[in-house]
Design a binder for this molecule. Structure first.
Ligand SMILES: Nc1nc2c(ncn2[C@@H]2O[C@H](COP(=O)(O)OP(=O)(O)O)[C@@H](O)[C@H]2O)c(=O)[nH]1
Ligand SMILES: [Mg+2]
Ligand SMILES: [Zn+2]
Length: 271
């Protein structure tokens, strides 16, 4: 089966074409729970995790997306949209500080074009990061994914939530994944995807989890046992750091909870 982003060898037939061969993938970004495996896209250069001041983002979902990207060695970029909503934006921006400290690129955005013409400098910066690359846009419903695609490709005409209200269909959600070329030379591509609820990571070995979370990984080298799970072992560098400097500059309580919950979840499904 092919997924968005696959490169194929194909043969032209009268009216369309047939796929002869799917070329080896550099990577495959996917999620997996007990019921099914769902591929987002293949051969990605980066994942743009688009969250917003509103609706409030889930740190667990953000962390899951980051872990999935790390597992496939795909560069993640975090963008926080709706900077025009000053108060919730400030709060969300503060919550993201620890992710910037982990080394992730963090960008502020205001994607909704305002009357009078908004300065497009933030978008220009994002475009620069996207230049010549294939970027998967991922994020919860309402964060502005469709708005972004429409800004990048004014002719794409992707339905945003407002338009669908006018059509009386309630909320419009993207149900399929599509690739769009941003430039005429077809070197820069953006892939729109459905929201990221229930982001299962069942394909990840729980013992590899710490290595995919930079803040945990930073202290995992100090553990007494090489196969430390960082849950209960004596001489654990991660647990020691939690005790000594709760939250400050190290591992936040929230992130440690995400780690331990995910460890339990990934352990359950393995036998
Ligand atoms: N205030 C504000 N609203 C925005 C901004 N960007 C997008 N929105 C609105 O957020 C809602 C959801 O946007 P949409 O692109 O449909 O989100 P999607 O579900 O991720 O595709 C729409 O009403 C947009 O107009 C922004 O920068 N500021
Ligand atoms: Mg949408
Ligand atoms: Zn440990």
């Amino acid at each position: 089966m092919t997924v968005v982003g696959d490169q194929v060898l194909w043969k032209a037939t009268q009216d369309e074409g047939t796929i002869e061969k799917v070329l080896p993938r550099r990577n495959l970004f996917y999620r997996q729970d007990e019921i099914r495996t769902k591929s987002f896209a293949a051969n990605l250069d980066q994942v743009l995790i688009l969250i917003a001041a509103e609706p409030e983002f889930s740190e667990s979902q953000l962390s899951r997306a980051l872990i999935a990207a790390e597992a496939e060695r795909i560069r993640p970029i975090i963008a926080l949209n709706k900077s025009d909503l000053a108060e919730p934006f400030g709060r969300a921006w503060d919550r993201l500080g620890i992710y910037r400290n982990m080394g992730y690129t963090l960008l502020p955005l205001a994607l909704k074009p305002k009357a009078g013409g908004a300065p497009a400098t933030e978008l220009a910066l994002l475009l620069e990061l996207m230049q010549g690359k294939t970027t998967l846009v991922l994020g919860p419903s309402g964060s502005g994914k469709s708005t972004l695609i429409n800004r990048l490709l004014p002719h794409a005409d992707v339905l945003t939530n407002e338009i669908s209200t006018a059509l009386n269909s309630g909320k419009h959600t993207t149900t399929s994944t599509s690739l769009y070329w941003v430039d005429e030379a077809k070197t820069t591509a953006v892939i729109d995807s459905p929201g990221f609820q229930e982001f299962g990571l069942n394909y990840i070995d729980p013992m590899h989890l710490a290595g995919l979370m930079p803040d945990i990984k930073a202290h995992a080298g100090d553990c007494k046992f090489y196969n430390c799970s960082h849950l209960h072992e004596p001489g654990c560098g991660v647990l020691n750091q939690m005790k000594e400097a709760p939250g400050a500059g190290g591992i936040s309580a929230n992130r440690y909870k995400i780690y331990s919950d995910l460890f339990a979840e990934l352990s359950q499904t393995r036998y």
